[in-house]
Ligand binder design. Structure first.
Ligand code: CDP
Ligand code: MG
Length: 731
């Protein structure tokens, strides 16, 4: 029986979308089969947990839960929601019946851990309750952290709307390179990284009455560091309320970390979700997603679909494929609205996922794991889960960091499935086998602090005067060697002296809201007198994967347009060239359109650049700008040096094999020495964004890191090159 779904799926791949009657007939049959599978398949039982305030509070069940699921589904149907006023919607959230108890608990305890199902109202309601209760009197702020930028923005927008104020006034958000707050802001949503930076200017967070660390279960690096810092300041700020909110059942960990703080549980409202697995592993999960979406669309009752993919590129590809298929099928199928959501998506596009689906149509949201717990989209009944996510992985021995698509954890998979059961009983289609779920997936995701480069936070902690990092109060300590390596790297960059103390340069580096290598590159550019160019490069790197637009039906034109931007020296200089030409066009939209450049990305790059510009010293006119820019890049990224060797490149220090990306302007050129911006592992370990350098530069910018012996054999081919030459094959 387990194979049924798989068979059905394959059948749908070649489904002839025949007469309506035939389809209805097929739909009935299919539904019956699903029913059958459903009984045989493994099922996750979603139950309503009663509220228990650790040790002190007794069980309490909201009258809502006395409704049967059908009634409940009806009560929450889209049409109803539309009719209800915002305030009524607020009152219908699972958290609402516990408003008074929650406020009493917050009043009573300095630190409170709050556990509640995704969508119960933690993020949008708790800060409002606190505001209504007077926690913002006297201009005191309530801060709420989010691991993801998109969540901070969209939640702030929602809350501003609920309160009826303009976003940026009483309710605002702050994310890197974008501050949407004002003097009047008292409810401040922000990324965890931004709150961390606020410690630099306000070490005791004196302007805040409450800090809500939200999405604590995500265990991002910044959230983990916040735990330690906030636990510390809470000791000498008894008036500060600390709330730790989490979606999953890891709350005991948070409780014990915060000296056994009480846990407040908000009972969830969940409907059963039937889980379907595939019989055999999927060779191409992107294709499997597309087929599954269409299958659901033609065979299943109304309800929106949520698909989990790993990143922007995949999401765009999936959306494109879906749209193409729908276009071909035309009126043979009902309308399917295809909506992407990922971090770099412009906010007007992001907002679209929340608009209700018109009657007769179906919405499919293709998301990164942002939709796992950070964002709640109403109306989702079907979830498609290929079982992958993109993760940072870090080799503490070599210092190499890379983004890898890996299987997600069982905890993640279950969160994803849960998204289908929020408004009614739902279905989750897992594009992997039940066996893989049991045997190949980890129970939980490893906290980021244990798999990332710590350079950034070590620099920040040093700037906060925290010198003893070994004894910092980590919830889960990072590997010792990772800490040591971060210190070594900061020393080589000149941010720390040989005693491990912050240098003047280090202090300035910490002030820049970017990673140490990038901030060193920017500061070095002052010395080489090429700040204008290097700032542009830095800004372009921050949006680098979404600059060139390559529509399927105009691949040749797009590639030609891209090749026209190629200049000697490497990808960073290509990015600089694109930006410079855009400036010359007067920041023209038309110019972007004609050159297959994403206007939105360019606009964002300009914003980032403006932000970074505030930190630099005034420009001086100069010559040899490209070489100097490359030197500045080298001063920041000398760790990322690779040398040409048989069949590819090898990193200089650790002899790791890496490759230039086919998209790179230096793909064919194969210069002897390269510096890369980042590594991305797909089929191979690819270097993304590379420049050509001379090995002698390494001795100039990092004399305490490189010895000339290491850089021998460098017959240092100079830089003569065929102008504008680029590879045939693009991506
Ligand atoms: O934080 P938690 O997952 O507990 O829930 P929330 O983010 O506060 O969301 C509560 C409800 O607000 C959701 O169920 C959505 O119905 C609604 N919401 C929305 O409609 N649009 C948003 N941008 C955010 C939330
Ligand atoms: Mg939330």
């Amino acid at each position: 029986e387990q194979g049924r779904w798989e068979e059905e799926r394959l059948k749908t791949a070649s489904l002839s979308f025949g007469a309506k009657k035939e389809r209805e007939q097929g739909m009935r049959e299919e539904q019956e089969r699903y029913q059958l599978i459903l009984e045989e398949e493994e099922m996750i039982e979603f139950v309503t947990t009663a509220i228990t305030m650790k040790g002190t509070r007794s069980e309490k069940v909201s009258p809502r839960f006395l409704l049967n699921p059908d009634q409940e589904a009806h009560a929450l149907s889209q049409a109803e929601l539309k009719k209800q006023s915002m305030q009524e919607v607020r009152r219908s959230l699972p958290i609402f019946p516990y408003r008074e108890d929650l406020l009493a608990a917050i009043n009573e305890h300095q630190v409170l851990v709050i556990e509640g199902e995704t969508g119960s109202g933690k993020t949008t309601q708790i800060p409002q309750y606190l505001m209504e209760e007077g926690y913002t009197n006297g201009g005191m702020k309530i801060g709420c952290t989010q691991p993801r930028r998109v969540a901070a923005m969209s939640v702030a927008a929602r809350v501003a709307e609920e309160i009826g104020v303009k976003l940026g006034n009483e309710v605002g958000y702050s994310i890197r390179f974008e501050d949407c707050t004002s003097e009047r802001t008292v409810l401040k949503y922000m990324t965890d990284g931004m709150l961390l930076r606020e410690f630099l200017t306000e070490p005791d967070l004196a302007s805040y009455s409450v800090i809500l660390i939200d999405e604590a279960h995500e265990r991002t690096l910044h959230t983990d560091i916040l735990f330690g810092l906030i636990k510390d300041i809470a000791r000498f700020r008894p008036d500060l309320k600390v709330l730790v909110a989490s979606a999953t059942l890891d709350t005991e960990r948070f409780s014990s970390f915060f000296d056994d703080a009480p846990v407040f549980r908000i009972p969830g409202r969940r409907f059963p979700v039937d889980i379907f697995y595939t019989k055999a592993p999927e060779a191409d999960y992107l294709d499997a997603c597309v087929v599954s979406v269409l299958q659901i669309h033609v065979t299943q009752p109304p309800g929106d679909i949520l698909v989990f993919l790993t990143g922007q590129e995949e999401i765009e590809a999936c959306c494109e494929l879906l749209q193409e298929r729908c276009r071909r099928l035309g009126s043979k199928i009902a309308e399917l609205l295809v909506l992407p959501i990922y971090a770099n998506l412009p906010s007007d596009m992001q907002a679209k996922i929340f608009t209700p689906t018109p009657p007769g149509a179906r919405k499919v949201v293709v998301a990164t794991n942002i939709a796992e717990t950070s964002l709640t989209i109403d109306g989702i009944i079907y979830v498609i889960d290929p079982g992958f996510c993109k993760q940072k992985s870090y080799n503490a021995r070599t210092g190499m960091e890379s983004l890898i698509v890996t299987p997600c954890s069982r905890a993640s998979a279950n969160q994803r499935a849960g998204r289908a059961g929020r408004v009614a009983a739902g279905k989750c289609f897992r594009l992997y086998t039940a066996w893989a779920f049991k045997h190949e997936m980890e129970e939980t995701t490893v906290p980021e602090i244990q798999r990332t480069n710590l350079g950034n936070v070590v620099l920040l902690l040093k700037s906060l005067g925290i010198n003893d990092l070994i004894h910092f109060d980590f919830m889960d300590p990072p590997p010792h060697e990772t800490l040591v390596l971060a210190l070594e790297q900061l020393y080589a960059l000149g941010a720390l002296n040989h005693l491990g103390e912050l240098t003047k340069l280090g202090r300035r580096m910490a002030e820049l809201p970017v990673d140490p290598m990038l901030s060193k590159m920017i500061l070095a550019s002052e010395q080489y007198k090429c700040s204008e160019e290097v700032l542009t490069i830095a800004a372009m790197l921050s949006v680098n994967n979404s600059i060139f637009y390559r529509p399927k039906d105009k691949v040749v034109h797009a590639d030609n347009a891209r090749m026209n931007f190629v200049v000697p020296g490497g990808d960073h200089l290509v990015l600089l060239n694109v930006y410079t030409q855009w400036v010359e066009s007067g920041f023209s939209t038309q110019w972007c359109y004609e050159n297959f450049i994403q206007f939105r990305s360019m606009r964002r790059a300009r914003d980032v650049r403006d932000q970074l510009e505030g930190h630099k010293t005034p420009p001086t006119p100069n010559t040899h700008i490209h070489t100097k820019s490359l030197l500045s890049l080298t001063a920041g990224y000398f760790y990322h040096t690779a040398r040409l060797s048989k069949g590819g490149y090898k990193t200089v220090k650790h002899q790791q094999t890496v490759y230039t990306h086919p998209n790179s302007s230096l793909f064919e050129e194969q210069p002897r020495w390269l510096i890369y911006h980042e590594l991305v592992f797909t089929t191979k370990e690819f270097m993304r964004q590379v420049i050509e350098i001379e090995s002698a530069w390494l001795l100039e910018v990092a004399p305490h890191y490189y010895k000339s012996k290491e850089l021998e054999d460098s017959s240092n081919k100079k830089m003569p090159r065929k102008q504008g030459k680029a590879k045939e094959e693009l991506g």
